[in-house]
Design a protein around this ligand. Sequence first.
Ligand SMILES: *[C@@H]1O[C@H](CO)[C@@H](O)[C@H](O)[C@H]1NC(C)=O
Ligand SMILES: *[C@@H]1O[C@H](CO)[C@@H](O)[C@H](O)[C@H]1NC(C)=O
Ligand SMILES: *[C@@H]1O[C@H](CO)[C@@H](O)[C@H](O)[C@H]1NC(C)=O
Ligand SMILES: *[C@@H]1O[C@H](CO)[C@@H](O)[C@H](O)[C@H]1NC(C)=O
Ligand SMILES: *[C@@H]1O[C@H](CO)[C@@H](O)[C@H](O)[C@H]1NC(C)=O
Ligand SMILES: *[C@@H]1O[C@H](CO)[C@@H](O)[C@H](O)[C@H]1NC(C)=O
Length: 783
Amino acid sequence: MARARDLSMGLVLLALLVSCFLVASESSNVYIVYMGDRSMNLNEQDLLEDSHLHILSNILGSKRAARNSILYSYKHGFSGFAAVLSQSQAKLVADFPGVVHVIPNRILSLHTTRSWDFLSVKPDIVNGILSKCKSGKGTIIGILDTGIWPESESFMDENMDNPPSSWRGICQAGENFSHSHCNRKIIGARWYYRGYEAEFGKLNTSDGSEFLSPRDASGHGTHTSSTAAGASVENASFMGLAKGSARGGAPSAHLAIYKICWSNGACSSADLLAAFDDAIFDGVNVLSVSLGSYPPLPTYVEDVLAIGSFHAVARGISVVCSGGNSGPYPQTVINTAPWILTVAASTLDRAFPSIITLGNNQTLQGQSLYTGKDVNKFYPIVYGEDIESEDSDGESARSCEAGSLNATLAKGKVIVCFQSGSQRSAVGAIRTVTEVQGSGLIFAQFPTKDVALSWSIPSVQVDFITGTSVLSYMEATRNPVVKFSRTKTTVGQQISPEVAFFSSRGPSSLSPSVLKPDIAAPGVDILAAWSPASSDYLQTDYAAVNGFVPLHFKIESGTSMACPHVSAIVALVKSIYPAWSPAAIKSAIITTASLTNEYNLYVGAEGAPHKQADPFDYGGGHVDPNKATNPGLIYDLGTSDYVRFLCSLGYNYTAIALMTKSPTKCRKSPKFLLDLNLPSITIPELMNNHPLTVSRTVTNVGPVESTYVARVVAPIGVSVTVVPQVLKFDATRKKLKFKVTFLPNINVEGGFSFGYLFWEDGSHEVRIPLVVRTVVDQFYADA
Ligand SMILES: *[C@@H]1O[C@H](CO)[C@@H](O)[C@H](O)[C@H]1NC(C)=O
Ligand SMILES: *[C@@H]1O[C@H](CO)[C@@H](O)[C@H](O)[C@H]1NC(C)=O
Ligand SMILES: *[C@@H]1O[C@H](CO)[C@@H](O)[C@H](O)[C@H]1NC(C)=O
Ligand SMILES: *[C@@H]1O[C@H](CO)[C@@H](O)[C@H](O)[C@H]1NC(C)=O
Ligand SMILES: *[C@@H]1O[C@H](CO)[C@@H](O)[C@H](O)[C@H]1NC(C)=O
Ligand SMILES: *[C@@H]1O[C@H](CO)[C@@H](O)[C@H](O)[C@H]1NC(C)=O
């Protein structure tokens, strides 16, 4: 249970789940038998289920054994099933006609509201996106997450319309959740546990830490749901911090809840695929998916999230996913299929400064989220490394890892610790110091605005420069002491946005010619609704002494929090352009994103204050909702383009044909990969001396008679020419094609360099990133 609790901690979650994932995959005996596209004929669904049972009976010997083994029959959005099988049975199933792939179940993991004001999504802006899009009225956002706390004020349905008549979803009852918990805001709720239980054993709900129902015991799903479509709640705060009105980005949109993750933060891919299947049937418009796995990434025809989202997008449902929290290292971005909108996390202009006063009256600034007592008085201060426990292995005291501190020496003191490779966040250090009854923590780390909550002791996060000055003071003083001030909330005093330190970076390790992430959105210290049933281990430690304090709102960080911001913006755009494809909406969001902040400074990358962020940090840039409704031109894509993309990657043609039921000619072609009509051009290998030409097609969605002129900011080391230079649209010419030729003008192998292509008509500036890496042709170089 201790480990399960660890997993529910926001950012730590991804780091800690690695071990959990390995354990689960070794003992895995759940397989997903994926059988590709199906016709949408409702009468066929029973037949489909029979055919799934028929295959299983053949393998297992009897109908009864088949019924015991099957977990799900997928029959709405696509055909297939999940079942408990041995490895050899799984091999047999793979040979059945019509079976595309047999995929072992994988365990995925989960990756407020200043943020909407910061993005200028405010009800009082004349002609702003909220008034233009009627706050998302009539659209349905599906949330695949840990469920929902329906009593939260964020989900009250005052002023909400009834669900659209096309809605086919249900309100599935269960523990502490009845039909009456759905309303005009939460119009559907379902839950999926069979894949999870097959991996982890029966869920034990007797202690109230989980509910076999759509009710959220974790808080994560309540947070993402309220960020996307929560109603406005006055005077929300996290224990007095970040106080203000909390609201979702599309406050008039409906929510459809699909609970697939449980309070330890783990989610089974068999359950995930069942949720996609139902959501396609139910009729959602947007799916918000704040979860994923780790590299190495499975291919797009074996990745359940890619498969589920492929079928959703083919039916016009936009799928928005978090890009992962494994930054700032390159090639860590996940959920990289070109039909997915992949979101990076950025910072807000809100901060939680806390002043540290040293015994010599010198003051330093850090950040903290602590609202308890024990501030404004001096405590003795020691360096963790100087009070190591003898049982400790020596390395760990730096970062205050569990068991590293000598309790006798630490008691009653403020401990200074430095971040290390094995302890990236302050959360673990807070716990270690709490356990040895220290009276506070100063945690020195890479500069980041992502602040850890602290319940029992004051904890201040500082950068390495500040941490080092504290150490210098301690060395020069016989009895060093320190005092913390109360945490404040400030707004507008930070240069922002910056891409968050933890946000996963491109290029995609699976298909580097598809630029990922697509867009950045706020994901650091976001205040949104929470589940009062949830408690992380620091909260539990605090409760043991002070009693339990249920949280109704909480501050969280992660690409999980960034994702529902973009889901809301997609819903808003969709509400006024219902006919736009998922690719069109994605293009509108990417080409109108901003690259600079209000001071005209380039968006930076956290942790590297002198580094300008580039498209591997933020894709098209930082999302700019008010511009996304008026993109001028769009780069559109349809299912047949995605099919050709899969063919170009060299995937098995038979498999692709089954997956898509489309008779497209299939051929492996690196050229087509580059010609995929994305709102970006990425050339991972541009040979020296070899010009390369790629093509794109733009569709005019602005004034019918429009003339656009090309402008290029070429990546360093490359010349770029665009033909034609001018695009003239009229009533008959709505779509026009152009070619872009890249010629390297350096003869060395370099890193990636970045530029932009703009199409401008005087009022729109349609911008896409150009990303190029030149390589030396070794054959000619050697000759
Ligand atoms: C391609 O997939 C089909 C159907 O899944 C399978 O029968 C065939 O053996 C596969 N071919 C290769 C070359 O893997
Ligand atoms: C859930 O329902 C049970 C039984 O009705 C009740 O005892 C318990 O307090 C409920 N829990 C919550 C969190 O509402
Ligand atoms: C469920 O958990 C409770 C308390 O945590 C424990 O007493 C009980 O034995 C568990 N039940 C099962 C079936 O594991
Ligand atoms: C706002 O919340 C604070 C507690 O955080 C409370 O004291 C105050 O009365 C509330 N104000 C309103 C208008 O609800
Ligand atoms: C720090 O400031 C306080 C009050 O301003 C003063 O009483 C004290 O002597 C100062 N201490 C040092 C070491 O300067
Ligand atoms: C902690 O430090 C005290 C005092 O130096 C020492 O006696 C004791 O053995 C240490 N305990 C551990 C577990 O290192």
